[in-house]
Design a protein around this ligand. Structure first.
Ligand code: ZN
Length: 138
């Protein structure tokens, strides 16, 4: 079964940030030549995550607010004695470092209000990697 993959590099400019990578992922799906299958979007990082949701300014702020409320950057986490980013490890663990999308007739399937985002929780970082793997029939 044909497999195609590419890596995206993303740089982030603040500690918490949502980076919209939808266009870049869809471009990789187009280039893959795969007609029907799945597209996996994976961030090989322990302090970032991948989500799919609406690209609306207020909602993006709400998501970051929820991440801060859930994972409490200022709490007395054990890991903070090492490098002060326990909240980001917890967020990555619970939100998840990957999402999978159907590919049908050569197009990535997503809802109108489902853009794909890298969730930065321990920025700023110059090199955040996202692996996009497309697997299916040509
Ligand atoms: Zn750490």
């Amino acid at each position: 079964m044909p497999v195609y993959y590419e890596e995206i590099t993303v740089s982030t400019s603040s500690r918490f940030e949502l980076v919209d990578i939808t266009d870049r992922v869809e471009e990789i799906v187009r280039k893959s030549g795969i007609r029907n299958g799945i597209c996996m979007v994976f961030a090989p990082h322990a302090t970032a995550a991948i989500i799919a949701n609406e690209h609306e300014y207020g909602l993006l702020k709400d998501i970051i607010r929820l991440i801060k409320e859930l994972f409490k950057p200022d709490a007395d986490w054990n890991h903070n004695r090492i490098d002060d980013n326990a909240h980001a490890h917890l967020g990555s663990s619970i939100i998840g470092a990957s999402r999978v999308f159907p590919v049908i007739d050569g197009r990535l399937i997503r809802g109108t209000w489902q853009n794909i985002f890298l969730v930065e929780m321990d920025g700023p970082r110059r090199y955040r990697r996202v692996v996009v793997m497309v697997l299916g029939e040509e």
